[in-house]
Write a protein that binds this ligand. Structure first.
Ligand SMILES: [Zn+2]
Ligand SMILES: [Zn+2]
Length: 317
């Protein structure tokens, strides 16, 4: 009797959460691969190995240069070029620009063809407009020399209270005369922390007030806090200290270690976080829990006029 070898394992599914009005989708395992895409904001935080799903974002906000976050950069540009999707823009710390230019130059020699690409350096504090009224802001985190976090903010022009009772014609007149009748109101939508230890970046007003906080939490196990410190990562006990100051309706955990079994992760969260905190927490790669939640969202939406967005295919990439 002949034996037939096993098929290769299937690529694990992407993580997917529908946190209205945003989809938060991607893949994130510490040291292996991390990218987190928000299609509605046209941005992919980090690029992982640039699977097909991630190519559709016109912006890649790179938090730092570690391979698990940055390996796919050249492939992102190459595939977008190959598929006629336009050049795409990678936003990164100024310290990484030379090195990424070298990588792209090396590929010209390897492939004997030139791939168009666009790099934009962002210092902490810099902003880039992603789409109308929506801006990406970079800030410093504590992981490596160049590590950045990002917050996406919406800027809305609002009429100053003093002019609230003025008729429309009068407002137009004042505006023409150069009077400042409006002010800019800023609404932080999503904060993405990348790899980082704890620190003041979590106390920033735009981060603390973001509607969705996406943060790493690499270490959950008891006794691993010193390992988290050494690698400049977050431990669950750090998260427990940070959470009370966070207004986010949803907190998405990424970058869990591969060793962490999801059942154990839930137990660890149970032991440390309050029920109110746990109700806000999602683990990006907890496929089973997130899928059940999504099915419920679909069921709840049935019979209403707005259909939910399509579920990403498991077979992609
Ligand atoms: Zn990492
Ligand atoms: Zn890292």
């Amino acid at each position: 009797m002949t034996t037939v070898p096993n098929e290769p394992y299937r690529r694990p599914s992407f993580g997917f959460l529908y946190l209205p009005p945003y989809r938060v989708q991607g893949y994130s395992i510490a040291g292996e691969e991390t990218f987190v895409q928000v299609p509605e904001l046209d941005v992919c935080f980090d690029i992982g190995r640039a699977p097909r799903l991630a190519l559709t974002s016109n912006h890649v906000a790179l938090t730092h240069g570690h391979m698990d976050h940055a390996a796919g950069l050249a492939y992102y540009f190459s595939q977008r070029n190959f598929q006629g999707m336009g050049v795409g823009t990678v936003l990164c710390h100024p310290l990484l620009v030379d090195a990424i230019n070298k990588v792209m130059t090396a590929w010209i020699d390897v492939e004997r063809q030139r791939t168009p690409y666009k790099l934009v350096a962002m210092q902490p504090g810099d902003e880039v407009e992603l789409k109308n009224h929506i801006f990406l802001r970079a800030f410093k985190t504590d992981h490596s020399d160049e590590s950045l976090g990002f917050v996406v903010v919406e800027k809305r022009s609002k009429l100053k209270d003093a002019y609230a009772m003025y008729p429309q014609e009068k407002l137009v007149e004042l505006k023409k005369a150069g009077e400042e009748i409006t002010y800019t109101r800023e609404i932080p939508l999503i904060a993405y922390m990348g790899d980082t230890g704890p620190g003041d970046h979590f106390a920033r007003e735009d981060v603390a007030n973001a509607r969705i906080l996406i943060t790493e939490c690499t270490f959950l196990e008891q006794g691993h806090r010193s390992r988290a410190r050494a690698g400049k990562h977050l431990h669950l006990l750090d998260l427990a200290e940070i959470l009370p100051n966070m207004k986010a309706k949803h907190v998405v955990l990424t970058h869990l270690s591969r060793r962490t079994h999801l059942g154990q992760a839930r137990e660890a969260l149970d032991a440390v976080l309050t029920a109110e905190q746990q109700a806000r927490i999602h683990i990006l790669m907890d496929y089973r829990t997130n899928r059940a939640r999504y099915k419920q969202q679909v069921a709840d939406a049935e019979g209403t006029s707005t259909p939910p967005p399509p579920e990403p295919s498991e077979a992609q990439a």
